[in-house]
Design a protein. Structure first.
Length: 532
C-alpha cells in the first residue's frame, strides 16, 4: 500500500500488460497478446489505434522510437524511426522563403515521417503475427467509427478556433464544417485505406509506392520541399541504447538525435545527491530542478543528429563529467538556468510486455498536437511539425541542413537490473519528458512507490514562459514544499491538480520472483493499464 494518495490501484497480471493513454489502444494491444502475439505486436497495435482515437497527439505523419527487450536472446535494442529534413532544406532556402526563424506550423515545418517504416522494422525483426495483423484493430475502428472522448473533442475545438489548420486539416477532421460533440461517432475512411495499403504492401507504399506518390504530389501542390526522392531515401536505424546508473539500476535511453542523454544526465547527477524524505520533499524537488537546468544547457549546446554532433554522447554521462556537473548544484539556492526549455509538445507513450519476458517501450508523436496542421489529402496522414525544432542560426548544434535529423524530444526508457528489465517507462510532454523520467524513477527506485502511485504523484516541469523561467507545479504539492522552493529562489506557477502539461505517463514494473507485472496509467489522459 502506497503512503501517498492513489486514485486507482496498480494493474497486476502475469501473461501480458499494455499501458496506453487511451483505453481502446490498451485493449487493442491486449487483443494481439491474446491472439498469440508478443509485446512488439501489442505495442504496434496500440500505437496504430492511438492514431485513430487520439490523433491530436500522434499520427502516421510522425516519427516513432522504441526500446525492445528480446527475452530469448537477453538483448536490448533501440529503434530510431525518425525522419529527416528535405534534401533541399537549408538555412538559405528558408531565408529565401521569407523566414527569419523556423516556422512552427505549416508545410515548411514538416519532416519525412518515420512511423510506418519503424513499425515494419520492429514487426519484421521481433514480432510474431506480422504488421498486417497488428493494424487490424485500428482499421476496424477507423472504418466503423468510435465515440469521441473529451480529449479529442477539446483538441478539435482548440484547433478549429485557431488560424493554424490548413484546409486539408479541416476537410479531414471537420467534414461537416463543425466540431462534433463528445460522444459523436467519428470515422477516418482515408486513414483506414492507408492502413490497408500498408497491411497489403508493407511500409514501402508510404516511401516508394502509391501512398508515397500521393504525398509527393501533395507537397508539390502546396509548395513543400519534400520530394518522392526524400521519401524513398528514408530509413530507420537500429541503435545501441545509452545507460547510466541510478539507485542501483541501469537506466537505458536512446542516444541522439533524441534527448535521452538529457534524462540520463539528470538521473546521473541525482544519483549522487542527498534527497529529502520523500519524492515531494523540497530537497528532492530542488535537486531535480537544478539537475534539469544543467542537463538542458548541455542538450541545447550539443545534442542533434549524431552525424553532426561535436561531442560523443557517452562523454556527457561519464561518471567524472556527471560528478563535475553535480558539484555545481547548490542545495541552498536556485541558480539561473543557462538554457531553459519550453512547455510545448504533444506525444503518445505506451509500453507492453508479455509472459515470455519481452518488453517494449514505444513513443510516437506529431510534435505539437495535430503537428503541422496539414493533412495529406485522401490519405488521412497528419503531417508532423518536427522541423520546427531546427534552428536557422548556423552556430547552433541543431541548425537546419538538408537531410538532417532534428533534435528529438521523444524518449522511451527501460530500467535493467543484472541485464533484465525491472521497469519500462515513458511519457509525453516535449521538454517535460526527461523531467518526468527523473521524477518517476526517483519515486519508484529511491522511495519505493508502486507504478500507479508514482504516476499519480503531483508533478512539476521547469522551462520558459513569457515572464521568464518558471517551475510549473500542480497545486496538489504540499504547501510547505511550494513555500520552501520559493524561499530557495525558484519562480513557482501553480497549475490545476491534473494538468496535461505534465504529460501522460505509462509504466510497468516487473517482479522477477513471481513474474507479476505491475502496470500504471496516467489519469491525466483517458488510458488504462490492461493486464492479462
Amino acid at each position: 500500500m502506497s503512503a501517498y494518495p492513489q486514485g486507482r490501484p496498480a494493474t497486476l497480471a502475469r501473461r501480458g500488460m499494455v499501458c496506453a493513454p487511451h483505453y481502446l489502444a490498451a485493449e487493442a494491444g491486449l487483443d494481439l497478446l491474446k491472439a498469440g502475439g508478443n509485446a512488439v505486436d501489442a505495442a504496434i497495435a496500440a500505437s496504430a489505434m492511438l492514431q485513430v482515437v487520439y490523433p491530436f497527439v500522434c499520427g502516421l505523419g510522425g516519427d516513432v522510437f522504441m526500446i525492445i527487450y528480446d527475452a530469448q536472446r537477453g538483448e536490448l535494442h533501440g529503434l530510431n524511426g525518425s525522419g529527416r529534413s528535405a534534401q533541399a532544406a537549408s538555412i538559405q532556402a528558408y531565408q529565401d522563403l521569407g523566414f527569419t526563424t523556423m516556422p512552427t506550423y505549416g508545410i515548411h515545418s514538416v519532416t519525412v515521417p518515420g512511423c510506418a517504416d519503424g513499425w515494419e522494422m520492429a514487426a519484421q525483426r521481433f514480432g510474431k503475427l506480422g504488421l498486417a495483423a497488428a493494424l487490424q484493430p485500428a482499421i476496424s475502428y477507423a472504418e466503423e467509427g468510435f465515440a469521441i472522448g473529451p480529449g479529442l473533442h477539446s483538441a478539435l475545438a482548440r484547433m478549429a478556433a485557431s488560424d493554424i489548420p490548413h484546409a486539408s486539416w479541416r476537410a479531414h477532421f471537420l467534414p461537416e464544417g463543425v466540431v462534433p460533440p463528445e460522444g459523436a461517432i467519428m470515422r477516418f475512411p482515408s486513414l483506414a485505406r492507408t492502413y490497408r495499403a500498408i497491411a497489403a504492401e508493407g511500409a514501402a507504399t508510404v516511401y516508394r509506392g502509391e501512398v508515397a506518390r500521393a504525398m509527393a504530389d501533395f507537397f508539390a501542390r502546396v509548395g513543400g520541399l519534400i520530394t518522392l526522392d526524400d521519401l524513398a531515401a528514408h530509413h530507420g536505424d537500429w541503435v545501441a541504447p545509452l545507460s547510466a546508473r541510478f539507485a542501483g539500476l541501469d537506466i537505458c535511453e536512446l542516444p541522439p538525435n533524441t534527448q535521452g542523454v538529457t534524462a540520463l544526465q539528470m538521473l546521473g547527477m541525482l544519483d549522487g545527491l542527498p534527497l529529502g524524505d520523500g519524492p515531494l520533499a523540497p530537497a528532492t524537488v530542488h535537486a531535480a530542478i537544478e539537475a534539469k537546468k544543467l542537463a538542458f544547457a548541455d542538450r541545447d549546446a550539443y545534442v542533434t543528429d549524431p552525424a553532426h554532433m561535436t561531442v560523443d554522447p557517452h562523454a556527457l554521462i561519464a561518471p567524472d563529467y556527471l560528478a563535475a556537473r553535480r558539484a555545481l548544484i547548490d542545495p541552498a539556492r536556485a541558480q539561473p538556468a543557462v538554457a531553459p526549455g519550453g512547455f510545448t509538445g504533444d506525444t503518445i507513450y505506451l509500453c507492453a510486455a508479455d509472459g515470455a519476458g519481452n518488453a517494449v517501450s514505444l513513443i510516437q508523436s506529431n510534435y505539437m498536437g495535430f503537428g503541422s496542421g496539414v493533412v495529406v489529402e485522401d490519405t488521412g496522414i497528419v503531417l508532423q511539425n518536427r522541423g520546427a525544432y531546427f534552428s536557422l542560426d548556423p552556430s547552433r548544434a541543431n541548425a537546419l541542413a538538408g537531410g538532417k535529423r532534428t533534435l528529438h524530444t521523444l524518449i522511451p526508457s527501460m530500467a535493467l537490473r543484472e541485464g533484465k528489465p525491472v521497469m519500462v517507462f515513458g511519457t509525453m510532454g516535449g521538454d517535460g519528458q526527461p523531467q518526468t523520467h527523473a521524477q518517476v524513477y526517483t519515486a519508484v527506485a529511491r522511495f519505493g512507490l508502486n507504478m500507479q502511485a508514482a504516476i499519480e504523484l503531483p508533478r512539476w516541469v521547469h522551462g520558459a514562459s513569457p515572464e521568464g523561467e518558471v517551475v510549473r507545479m500542480e497545486d496538489r504539492f504540499p504547501a510547505a514544499t511550494i513555500d520552501a522552493l520559493r524561499t530557495l529562489g525558484h519562480a513557482i506557477a501553480l497549475t490545476g491538480p491534473w494538468d496535461a502539461l505534465m504529460g501522460y505517463a505509462q509504466g510497468i514494473i516487473f517482479d522477477p520472483a513471481t513474474g507479476v507485472m505491475q502496470g500504471g496509467s496516467d489519469p491525466r489522459a483517458e488510458g488504462c493499464a490492461a493486464g492479462w
